[in-house]
Design a protein around this ligand. Structure first.
Ligand SMILES: *Cc1c(COP(=O)(O)O)cnc(C)c1O
Length: 411
């Protein structure tokens, strides 16, 4: 579909000039001669994240063990402090979020508590397009209970391999289902699911529901508490720019605080009494109760700086730019690239911050793009994902990308 948009470079430059977030790009280290379109897999380093890590390194140097209590952000409380910092961005109460573990470990920690099978109601509903690790984790949990995963794990199918139909998901919330685990955004097509609607429908049927928000955290506002979502988790290294393997987050609705964590560990102990080192486990009545081990302080420290930037830019503004730059990119693709199909949803409100395109020579296109400095993400057999991270990508980069793809296809 041709949209008749202005395809000139001048127009791209004008959009950048009018971009209220354009200053934030200077906060980031952009790899030289590169158009970096992979912020949905690994966000870039910011100067502020760099300095918050160096700060902790210095504290370790100068304070040794005393850093746990005397650090500028005391290491012992860093997980809770980061949880509080991000709680507004995900619409949760401060005590409902903690920074801990990794995404997959957090799925284990939360689902092992909330999955309570009983006679006739013992199935988990997931979907066939979620990130594989989510499915592995759910299978592992079912196997630990001695269940046959083929029987207990129901997968919502996709009709085209890229998108999910929300009504189909609801239709599969049948009486045998006790828990639904879904992504907020499908990692391939970038489809954003309606978490509010799905939560309402699950709760009408007495089903626990949780979301893996790895591809929406930091780029889309959430109302996890307001929507009444039971649990969620997300990683720190995509749009949150926390660095490779940085500490992840978990959210647990306060109504579940009294429930017993099943992956117990000493960092989930009642915070004030943790160092009494009692052999009887009593968990903290907050999301913090679901921590397992000592905080990964060095893996968390970058988030102190990177979350500050997001807070300053404002998540609403970030979302606005993300929609606009994606709309612009999709407009250019429709206008200028004939054999390229857009796999991401058509309506802007159904998309996250990356666009997936399909071309029969996607493999070759993406490797030639890489040679020219365009870092994208190829997904076999014929899909390229391009993420526009609103804090550092520009409209001109979107324009350059389309020009580059057009040249390659023409050749
Ligand atoms: C990136 C991502 C993960 C990553 O999991 P880790 O355990 O942190 O490596 C998990 N699930 C989804 C949906 C993701 O997008």
């Amino acid at each position: 579909m041709k949209k008749g948009i202005d395809t000139s470079e001048e127009h791209a430059l004008k959009l950048d000039e009018k971009d209220p977030l354009s200053n934030f790009r200077d906060d980031f280290y952009i790899p030289e001669d590169t158009v970096y379109l992979n912020g949905n897999s690994l966000g870039l380093l910011s100067k502020r994240a760099e300095s918050s890590v160096l700060k902790v390194i210095d504290e370790w140097k100068e304070l040794g063990i005393t850093g746990w209590t005397e650090g500028e952000t005391p290491w012992f409380f860093m997980a809770e402090i980061l949880g509080e910092m991000i709680s507004d961005m995900v619409g949760a109460k401060p005590e409902e979020v903690v920074s801990t573990g990794t995404t997959t470990v957090n799925i284990h920690a939360l689902v092992s508590t909330l999955y309570r099978p009983h006679k006739g109601r013992d199935k988990i509903l997931a979907d066939e397009l979620n990130f594989p690790s989510d499915k592995y984790a759910l299978e592992g949990l079912l196997e630990l209970k001695g269940f046959d995963t083929d029987e207990k794990l129901k997968m919502v199918p996709s009709s085209d391999g890229y998108l999910l139909d929300e009504d189909k998901i609801v239709e599969m919330m049948t009486e045998d289902v006790v828990l639904v685990h879904l992504p907020s955004v499908l990692y391939r097509s970038g489809q954003l699911l309606d978490m509010k609607y799905l939560t309402e429908e699950a709760h009408k049927r007495d089903i626990i529901i949780g979301f893996d928000c790895s591809h929406s955290a930091g780029v889309i506002p959430h109302e996890l508490h307001g929507w009444d979502v039971d649990y969620a988790m997300w990683c720190g290294y995509k749009y949150l720019n926390g660095g490779p393997g940085s500490t992840a987050f978990l959210y647990l609705h306060e109504r579940h605080f009294e429930k017993e964590p099943k992956l117990k560990g000493w960092f989930g102990y009642e915070k004030e009494r943790q160092f009494e080192l009692s052999l009887d486990f009593v968990h903290d009545k907050s999301a913090g109760g679901w921590q397992i081990s000592s905080s990964s302080v060095l893996g968390s420290a970058p988030l102190l700086g990177s979350l500050e930037i997001i807070e300053e830019a404002g998540l609403e503004n970030i979302r606005k730019k993300s929609r606009k730059i994606n709309e612009y990119f999709i407009g250019l693709v429709s206008e200028l690239l004939d054999d390229v199909e857009i796999l991401s949803p058509e309506r802007a409100e159904d998309r996250s911050s990356h666009v997936a395109i399909k071309h029969e020579s996607a493999d070759a296109i993406s490797s030639l793009m890489r040679e020219k400095g365009f870092i994208t993400d190829y997904r076999p057999p014929n899909v390229i994902r391009l993420a526009f991270s609103p804090l550092y990508n520009t409209y001109r980069e979107a324009w350059l990308t389309v020009m580059c793809i057009r040249d390659l296809i023409d050749k």
